[in-house]
Design a protein around this ligand. Structure first.
Ligand code: FES
Ligand SMILES: [Fe+2]
Length: 415
């Protein structure tokens, strides 16, 4: 950790650049959030849950429960596997692996979005390497079979030598997909009906107000981490800022000073920035929420937007791999204005700061937690009243595991 503290000197902490995204009711709501936070700054308080929450540590390490979580939470629930702006034009695609399932999402020549298993129907090769790109067809690197952007099998190399079969039967396996509010939701189980409006519920206007479809992708990378629940917890509380991020996040954010709101399975956590403390005597309406509030917009089961009202924002999508003690986070940096030669260098500094803090400070700590829980089997962790966002995520996990329970699968242990 010392290395990071040295590397991330305070002067490197990037400045916030406001944007004009907050308008109308969204701006009113942000001002209201700022008002709530200002009260906490004055009183040295924070939003609190009704009581503490005990979580059996074996819920982070149990293989059977992990398989149940993957089946129940990740394979049946709509996953926001892409932002619309990652497939910015016609004939574009994104390939990503989610809980061991290779997926390719495409936008065809008409602009319509499709999702398929990224698995060739000849002999199973992965068709697109992970990442984004543009193409008029998806061509398998193994024997060059090619598919339309809608997954239909179009071309067979050496077709006259291959032998007859029905091409219509050998399109890519289609997955349920829907594009809503600048996000592309995919369900990893073919045939499941998704109702994204119902799934987002009253969170939908909050997501819409981020205007995600107007963003530009600056960078993206995959970052390994420990168990997915260990990782998501780090995004949902600001109790750790002073101790874990003294030279980085804590330079701009107050510690243990946050508001929390739950919306169905999703939630919003917002932290008071030091600017708010400095501006505490100003009329709240005169302050810019983006420079005084650090908000996390969090979609279950693991997508977190930070800095979402600003010119530069980040999005992290946490997904389990096929192992209980391993996750993978897709970390992306977006901008609201186009990327130019002028802002590229600054954006690089911002990206490196975001990557380094998340990995070197949060995720390295998470690996320690993962090792720790294996050594105290049978005990519990305790989440404080001042960690309502973490409590809410666990309540949601337990609720959804029960509601969607499939016979033969484990349920989380209760303390
Ligand atoms: S496996 Fe894809 S063309 Fe052979
Ligand atoms: Fe953190």
């Amino acid at each position: 950790m010392a290395d990071v503290a040295e590397k991330l000197q305070p002067e490197v902490v990037p400045a916030y650049i406001p944007s004009t995204v907050l308008q109308g009711p969204a701006r009113e709501e942000a001002i209201d959030m700022m008002r709530r936070l200002a009260e906490h700054v004055r009183n040295k308080t924070t939003d609190q849950a009704d009581g503490n929450w005990l979580e059996p540590v074996d819920n982070y390490a149990d293989e059977e429960l992990f398989r149940a979580e993957v089946e129940t939470l990740f394979k049946r629930i709509p996953l926001p596997l892409a932002l619309s702006c990652e497939l910015p034009g016609k004939n574009s695609y994104k390939a990503i692996e989610a809980v061991g399932v290779p997926v390719v999402i495409t936008r065809d020549a008409k602009g319509e979005v499709h999702a398929m298993l990224n698995v060739c129907r000849h002999r199973g090769a992965m068709i697109c390497a992970e990442g984004t790109g543009s193409s008029r067809a998806l061509t398998c690197p193994y024997h060059a079979w090619s598919y339309g952007m809608d997954g239909q099998l179009k071309g067979i190399y050496g077709e006259s030598t291959f032998g007859d079969f029905d091409k219509d039967e050998r399109g890519l396996v289609r997955l349920p997909v829907e594009e809503v509010a600048g996000l592309i939701f995919v369900c990893l189980t073919p045939g499941i009906e998704m109702d994204i409006d119902a799934w987002l519920g009253e969170f939908k206007p909050i997501v819409e107000s981020l205007k995600l479809d107007e963003l530009h992708l600056f960078s993206s990378r995959m970052m390994p981490g420990p168990n997915w629940k260990v990782v998501i917890e780090g995004y949902l509380e600001g109790y750790h800022f002073a101790s874990l991020h003294p030279n980085t996040v804590f330079k701009t954010n107050l510690s243990n000073t946050a508001i929390f709101d739950g919306f169905g399975a999703h939630e919003r956590v917002a932290f008071a920035l030091r600017n708010l403390e400095a501006n505490i005597d100003e009329p709240i309406e005169s302050l810019d929420p983006s420079a005084n509030v650090g908000s996390i917009i969090w979609l279950f089961p693991g997508m977190s937007f930070a800095g979402s009202w600003r010119e530069r924002m980040t999005c992290s999508l946490v997904l389990p791999t096929t192992r209980v003690d391993e996750s993978i986070t897709e970390q992306r940096v977006f901008t609201r204005s186009p990327i130019t030669d002028e802002n590229r260098e600054d954006l690089g500094v911002f990206r490196d700061f975001f990557y380094d803090v998340t990995y070197e400070e949060d995720y390295i700590t998470g690996y320690g937690v993962q090792k720790g829980v294996r050594n105290v089997s049978g005990t519990t962790q305790i989440y404080g009243r001042n960690e309502p966002g973490v409590q809410y995520a666990h309540r949601t996990i337990n609720r959804l595991m029960k509601e969607n329970h499939v016979d033969g699968f484990a349920l989380p242990q209760e303390a």
